[in-house]
Write a protein that binds this ligand. Structure first.
Ligand code: SF4
Ligand code: SF4
Length: 457
């Protein structure tokens, strides 16, 4: 059965979750702490609670879960915008079809050049992004772009995982994306509230709420194992959106054996032609609540934030549950090449070069990771989820993080970076609990320092 979301039902769950007693809230947080998973009603209670003591406790529980499951690694990725042609009119987006600017789509040579620049920044994992336009940006173009990126080799590195964020499409097209070897198929629902969705999506195929909402059903039935959801926080009430995400996740889990592989957490920011006063921009403290609630509710789902957030906010959110961030990003078509030639108008809150983001993560004692191991080991979909739920995923995450950091340090780090990364690696190797894995990691670190590449477990 395809996903259906009923706004009245969600409102009803939220309304019934008001006014829980202290002991009821403590009971929910106890269950969360024991990694028992939460029902939509439990999640609604956490979203509706007002008691500062429980909100504080929730932050602590989220931080503890984050540490237990993900440890200190933070996975890095970069977006790659290939086309800004779009036939949709979405009120909150600068690519909206009513906005007049010269649109472009990259040629395969330009895509190769962008991927090379990203590789030279040390990236191994990309999110390919494009607007929706079946004439100017058909599926065959996207497929060629993915093949071009995978075929690119620059220096001693290559892009090892291409996640794809393109418009909802047909089962045939999802099958093609699967066959070309995409990582996660990412699609933001934007908002789960159907009337708000109708208001914000004025024209174009995306206007069809139900077609958009059932995209992951078509994708998973067509063989795509890993799907990544998300909403644009600020379009509608955040409590409603979090519950929408949870119901969607439950539907995928029950129907296909794996819920969201990742959830992206964009917060609305100003775009060309947009009247910000028409939106409810989420405060920092509410946004922290959102991140903590989702971390608690779906402990095994990766959570992603982009460079839309400031470094200070990113630091707090990583502690509360974020497991993946972008670094050194450009959100312009051809932006990496433009930046190299000094022409980019950079407006992101975190506009630091990738290497500075890594230094900052290491200063905070996080281990930046360029790992793509699960996808390449066939640990996807339900296979990934069962490993994650058994608590064994961290036994491979930290070793892979240390090995890919070592690779980065050897290939892209300057002297001071090498000193800092080496210290961090030495400090974290003893934290690998499994003796065999610890020895293997030590061995592999030595091999990487001697010139071998792409070792993973
Ligand atoms: Fe922007 Fe995507 Fe909407 Fe196009 S479909 S206007 S790219 S949000
Ligand atoms: Fe992600 Fe798997 Fe690598 Fe862990 S081992 S960082 S879950 S790809």
């Amino acid at each position: 059965m395809d996903m259906v979301i009923n706004a009245a039902e969600v409102e009803n769950i939220l309304a019934n979750a008001r006014g829980k007693s202290d002991s009821e809230l403590d009971g929910i947080l106890d269950r969360a702490e024991a990694l028992k998973g939460l029902s939509p009603e439990d999640v609604a209670a956490l979203l509706m609670m007002e008691s500062p003591r429980h909100i504080e406790r929730m932050f602590k529980v989220a931080g503890k879960i984050k540490e237990e499951i993900y440890g200190v690694r933070v996975v890095m990725f970069a977006p790659l915008y290939v086309s800004d042609y779009c036939v949709n009119k979405c009120h909150y987006c600068g690519y909206s079809c009513d906005n007049k600017f010269v649109r472009r789509r990259l040629t395969m040579d330009e895509i190769r050049a962008e991927a090379e620049i990203l590789e030279r920044m040390g990236h191994k994992r990309l999110a390919l992004e494009a607007g929706e336009d079946s004439v100017n940006c058909p599926i065959d173009y996207i497929l060629d772009a993915i093949k071009t990126i995978y075929a690119m080799k620059a220096g001693s590195g290559e892009i090892r995982r291409v996640n794809v964020n393109i418009a909802a499409t047909t089962p045939e097209n999802y099958k093609k994306l699967h066959d070309v070897g995409i990582g996660t198929y990412i699609l933001f629902q934007e908002t789960y509230h159907e009337p708000a969705y109708a208001r914000l999506h004025e024209r174009g195929p995306k206007k069809d709420f139900s077609y958009h909402l059932t995209a992951f059903d078509r994708a998973m039935r067509s063989g795509i194992d890993d799907v990544g959801g998300g909403v644009l926080f600020g379009l509608y009430d955040w409590r409603f959106e979090v519950l929408g995400l949870m119901l969607h996740n439950r539907h995928l889990d029950e129907t296909y054996g794996a819920g969201f592989h990742t959830i992206s957490m964009p917060r609305l920011c100003p775009a060309e032609g947009m009247d910000m006063s028409a939106y409810e921009v989420l405060s920092d403290s509410d946004f922290k609540r959102v991140v903590a609630t989702i971390r608690i509710a779906v402990p095994y789902t990766g959570m992603i934030i982009s460079t839309r957030e400031s470094p200070e906010m990113r630091k707090e959110l990583i502690k509360l549950g974020i497991s993946q961030i972008s670094g050194g990003s450009s959100v312009e078509v051809g932006g990496y090449s433009i930046r190299e030639s000094g022409g980019e108008q950079f407006v992101l809150a975190d506009s630091r070069p990738a290497i500075d983001v890594l230094r900052w993560l290491m200063d905070e004692q996080f281990v930046p990771s360029f790992c793509t191991a699960c996808y390449r080991k066939g640990r996807t979909g339900d296979r990934f989820m069962s490993l994650a739920k058994s608590g064994n995923i961290k036994n491979v995450c930290l070793p892979n993080a240390l090995m890919t950091l070592c690779e980065y340090m050897m290939d892209y780090g300057d002297e001071s970076f090498k000193v800092q990364a080496d210290e961090l690696i030495d400090k974290n190797i003893p934290k690998i609990a499994n003796t065999k894995m610890r020895d293997l990691t030590k061995d592999n670190i030595g091999r990487i320092k001697n010139g071998e590449r792409d070792l993973f477990v």
